[in-house]
Design a protein around this ligand. Sequence first.
Ligand SMILES: [Zn+2]
Ligand SMILES: [Zn+2]
Length: 225
Amino acid sequence: MITCLEFRRRIGAEPFAADAELEAHRRACAPCARHQDELRAMDDVIRRALEVNPPPREAAAPVRAGAMRSRFLAIAASLVAGIALALVVLVAAPRAAIAREVVAHVLHEPDAAAPGAPLPAAAIDVVLAPAGMRLAAGAGTVSFAAHCVFEGRVVPHLVVQAPGGPVTVLVLAHRTIARPMRFDEQGYSGVVLPAPRGSIAVVGQGVRDLEAVARQVFDAIDWDA
Ligand SMILES: [Zn+2]
Ligand SMILES: [Zn+2]
């Protein structure tokens, strides 16, 4: 039977993949079956969202200057309130939450970080291309690349075999942070860096120079591929 790692690699690249090997693993391994169901459900959601994406609307009818101005003020006021609220929330809960969620994800798939053969570039492209990204060779040896479900989104999950130990990289396009952040959580250390879209989290256990590794991975990403 194929390993959990192999199963997750394959369905991470193609959630609807199905053959005798995958089906046999699904039947024998409940956590992997659940993982694939989650990915399939997310994939469906994304496809449906793309299908129902409405065509651009006709230009709005002209609005009187006064009405426009009061509407502008109302929008501005709600934006200010929104930003003030966002700032308060940002400095409090999410800093801890992102660390917790990232480490929980890594703990959920411990074998993904096991040493492995370098993946061919095509296997990495399959995972990053839907996010409009590419990884240059400078990132180091990538041994795992899959789509995963994280906070209800499909995110690229990579493992880079750095000289100081394996690091897990999660690309979190939906998670915007203002400043780089460092965390220690349940024996893992992590760095979250603001990215052109959202952020990326780089996590490892006792990895030397984690920040330098995170920076190296970050610099190897082409965000507008
Ligand atoms: Zn399994
Ligand atoms: Zn994952």
